[in-house]
Design a protein around this ligand. Structure first.
Ligand code: SAH
Ligand code: TMP
Length: 398
């Protein structure tokens, strides 16, 4: 395989096997033409970048039927409120114009309404872009890349802050992304983004973070090295609790802003823990294989007692667990979810029925596999009856 940034050859170190589109929830009559690819991962030693080999084209995932809505989680709504408050506190004196990449349903940008900050979202998935427009948020329904960005000549070097969350790892062509950022940002401009953190994935063996939309699993080392190649520098890195452990990166043009001591500290931590090299990948691979064996044994033990298991939340992440471990409707009876777009469809690849939360309440299983483990606090708070009656399962130690 070829590294998507350096264009040099690298060897995939692990395969999760035949995989469908993670968010490709489908109806029975679509089973026959379901798309599959081989989910393989590789690591560029030169820039410490953990990446997918083959993956579906962005348009296959981000279109008018994108079924993920940031606002479906109360925890994320409150996270984005505090992310916006942090941006305001730190940068408001120099903040006139802010752009968000991957603005989804506008959950982050709506926090800038009733302020003097002008905002604009770039959001390729039409359904979610339309929701944010209805909320009065100016949104360009296009992919953020250099070709699309440069059409906006009036915005050249006019943007003080560009933000993103859980969107940059979805963009295969990072060179085009960074050229777009370079085009838009003022001299002192800042790019802030947060993404699931490779170090947290290693710690938890949460391999379900790996799926088609997550082309990259970033670390402080990789971000530092990538942006250096394009005249930018990493000036801060802050850990976040979201999505099972994320990192917020702050990027600026070279030698304009002070570099926070966090950066050095975190780079040192990554070197000490093999997050910057292939050794970490190979250990992770072993851990994944062990985790798969342990999980299958756990599920088999429940099934031999003829007890029912349900899945809780039809997350994109669950597609990797179910397909990698070969878990189908013979093991998990149904998966309940709050998203109307997923209900009455089937899970990608393994074809487990997706049902409403009402179904879960009326047909409580013996055990529920918490696929949305990153929203555990929020879910346990509202599932008081099941907490008493049933057993929660996860594939990782939380
Ligand atoms: N920021 C939100 C949404 C994350 S989901 C949150 O953290 O909850 C990822 C979003 O990025 C999707 O809405 C998807 O349509 C969008 N996206 C994917 N590729 C993109 C690109 N090249 N430019 C802008 N947005 C993109
Ligand atoms: P994601 O892990 O791909 O981001 O998707 C989260 C999914 O979890 C989404 O389909 C909504 C669902 N969900 C519930 O069903 N109940 C909940 O309480 C929460 C927080 C999420």
């Amino acid at each position: 395989m070829i590294c998507k940034v350096t264009n040099k050859k690298i060897k995939p170190f692990m395969s999760f096997g035949r995989m469908p589109i993670a968010n490709g929830f489908l109806k029975k009559n679509q089973f026959k033409k379901e798309y599959f690819y081989n989910l393989e991962v590789g690591f560029s030693k030169e820039i410490s970048l953990f990446q997918l080999n083959n993956h579906p084209k962005p348009k296959q995932m981000f279109n008018k039927n994108y079924p993920f809505f940031t606002g479906s989680s109360k925890g994320m709504i409150s996270h984005f409120k505090s992310y916006a408050n942090w941006v305001k506190r730190k940068y408001i004196s120099n903040l006139n114009y802010l752009i968000e990449i991957g603005s989804n349903d506008g959950t982050f940008l709506k926090n800038f309404k009733n302020t003097n900050v002008k905002t604009l979202g770039f959001e390729p998935s039409k359904n979610v872009a339309n929701i944010s427009r209805k909320r009065g948020i100016k949104t360009i329904n296009q992919f953020f890349n250099f070709k699309n960005v440069k059409k906006n000549k009036n915005l050249k070097n006019k943007i003080d802050i560009i933000t993103a969350a859980n969107a940059i790892c979805h963009i295969p062509d990072l060179k085009s992304l960074i050229k777009g950022i370079d085009f838009l940002l003022t001299r002192k401009g800042i790019f802030i983004f947060e993404e699931p953190y490779l170090g947290s994935m290693y710690k938890k063996t949460s391999y379900d973070q790996i799926y088609d939309e997550h082309i990259y699993m970033f670390s402080v080392s990789s971000i530092d090295k990538i942006f250096k190649k394009f005249g930018f520098e990493l000036i801060d890195a802050l850990e976040q609790k979201t999505h099972g452990g994320s990192m917020r990166y702050v990027i600026a043009r070279n030698n304009i802003h002070k570099v926070n001591s966090n950066v050095k500290k975190k780079l040192k931590y990554e070197i000490k823990n093999n997050i910057h090299n292939l050794k970490g990948c190979l250990k992770f691979k072993k851990n994944c294989e062990q985790s798969k064996k342990k999980l299958l044994l756990k599920l088999k033990n429940i099934k031999t007692k003829d007890q029912k298991i349900a899945g809780y939340a039809a997350t994109s992440k669950s597609t990797t667990i179910l397909n990698y471990c070969g878990i189908g409707p013979e093991i998990i009876d149904y998966i309940c979810d709050t998203t109307p777009e997923k209900i009455n469809k089937y899970s990608p690849g393994m074809h487990i029925p997706i049902v409403s939360m009402n179904h879960f309440k009326k047909n409580m299983p013996y055990a529920a596999f918490l696929f949305a483990w990153n929203h555990k606090k929020e879910i346990l708070k509202k599932e008081k009856i099941f907490n008493k009656k049933g057993k929660w399962l996860t594939h990782i130690n939380l």
